[in-house]
Write a protein that binds this ligand. Structure first.
Ligand code: NDP
Ligand code: MG
Length: 394
């Protein structure tokens, strides 16, 4: 029986993973090792009972008593805290979903690779902050990383059977987010609610705001460069409002392979779960006659400064990805809390990168995971100061 673990089980990707596991037979079809969650203890406990998990782990020690109560008599072990989550990743499982949001997802992914797991990677922050280390860790332990981000799953699928040397360019599609048609001058006043009205995908709150600002696409550009080993100038972004083409690969002979489907994360999660097989998935089938038209347009750089910042991060490499991601998370916190405006987020990230220039280094690789974690902490502090300054001067 195949063994699996889900990190970030209670989130948007985690829930959809749970759905696929349940449809495939749940605890009768898989041996479920670990499920982890953050604040949503009720849901974590319900999932752990249903899947008869060996262990359920929550992020905060203060929630452990509640988790224990809810799982009393179930036979599911309980634990709490970041170290307990990392230890849950030490328990061997054949397939591990990495779907914790943010930098907190980094360590569990690394630890799962150490026992040669197949890591289904939704946590894009792992590649953005520590891409070279993560790939080296996988190679050292004969582990496999399968992308779950829909764009990267699309690219991965378009590359199956192809030689990466024959790739000319990779074209990431972007919906453009909730504010794509707003007048430029109105963006500064966009509210959280407005930025959350995503036209196509139903996702977690943070990634939905990142979609409106294209910080999500900026992370994905860096993710593409790291995962597929292409050069920064081989990675392009195009706005495709229908979100039916999930990304494309252009080859030296001029051919472009596009991956299409309904915008449903269960496709890329299911692809990673069933890989290398393709089993039936409960996703809607496209009726192309009804779709009729696919449209594309170039992203305006003034609307999406995050895309320009991604280029700078790729040029610097080293620890710049860690600084970029951390600053983006802090800027997002401040926007969500109402302290800074929508367009201020890019300002906070840019100023943080500039302030940390001396510490970021220009080496091609972060040397160790500890360096990445240290830069993450430093960038959070600096970005917090810069965001507070911006909030005061508003
Ligand atoms: P959600 O915010 O919906 O879920 C995040 C999960 O992580 C939840 O289980 C949450 O617990 C848990 N969590 C939050 N903070 C911590 C922490 N400090 N320590 C441990 N666990 C924590 O995020 P998504 O599912 O949307 O995204 C997960 C990852 O997948 C992200 O990296 C995102 O970029 C990526 N991704 C998501 C896509 C999507 O469609 N949603 C698409 C492509 C990539 P709880 O909810 O219990 O608090
Ligand atoms: Mg994506």
């Amino acid at each position: 029986m195949r063994s699996i673990s889900i990190f970030g089980a209670t989130g948007s990707v985690g829930e959809q993973t749970f759905d696929l596991i349940q449809r495939a037979g749940g605890a009768d079809a898989y041996r479920v090792v670990a499920l982890t969650g953050g604040q949503n203890i009720t849901r974590l406990a319900d999932m752990a009972r249903e899947l008869r998990a060996e262990v359920a782990v929550c992020a905060d020690a203060s929630s452990l008593a509640e988790l224990r109560d809810r799982l009393a008599g179930s036979g599911v072990e309980t634990a709490a805290g970041p170290e307990a989550i990392a230890e849950a990743a030490d328990r061997p499982a054949d397939w591990v979903m990495s779907a914790i949001v943010g930098a907190a997802g980094l360590v569990p992914g690394f630890r799962a690779l150490r026992h040669g797991a197949t890591l289904a990677l939704a946590n894009k922050e792992s590649l953005v902050t520590a891409g070279p280390l993560l790939l080296a860790e996988a190679a050292a332990h004969g582990a496999t990383i399968l992308p779950v981000d829909s764009e990267h799953s699309a690219i991965f699928q378009a590359l199956t059977g192809e030689d990466i040397g024959a790739v000319e360019r990779i074209i990431l599609t972007a919906s453009g987010g909730a504010l794509r048609d707003w007048p430029l001058e109105a963006l500064a006043k966009a509210t959280v609610k407005e930025a959350l009205a995503h036209p196509n995908w139903a996702m977690g709150q943070r990634i939905t705001i990142d979609s409106a600002s294209m910080f999500n696409k900026a992370l994905e550009v860096i993710e593409t460069r790291e995962f597929f080993g292409v050069t920064p100038d081989q990675v392009e972004v195009i706005i495709h409002p229908e979100s039916l083409i999930h990304s494309m690969v252009g080859f030296h002979d001029g051919a472009i392979m596009a991956h299409m489907g309904a915008p449903d994360m269960r496709h890329s999660i299911g692809y990673a779960l069933n890989w290398p097989a393709r089993d039936a998935l409960p996703v809607a089938r496209l009726d192309l006659a009804q779709v009729a038209t696919l449209t594309f347009r170039a992203p305006e750089m003034a609307r999406y400064p995050a895309l320009r910042l991604a280029r700078e991060v790729m040029a610097r490499r080293g620890l710049a990805g860690a600084a970029f991601n951390a600053a983006k998370e802090i800027a997002l916190d401040h926007f969500l809390a109402g302290g800074i405006g929508f367009m201020d987020m890019a300002g906070v990230v840019e100023d943080t990168l500039e302030a940390l220039e001396p510490e970021m280094g220009r080496s091609n690789l972060p040397e160790a995971l500890e360096d990445v974690v240290a830069m993450d902490h430093l960038a959070r502090i600096r970005a917090g100061e810069i965001a507070s300054q911006k909030a005061r001067s508003r």
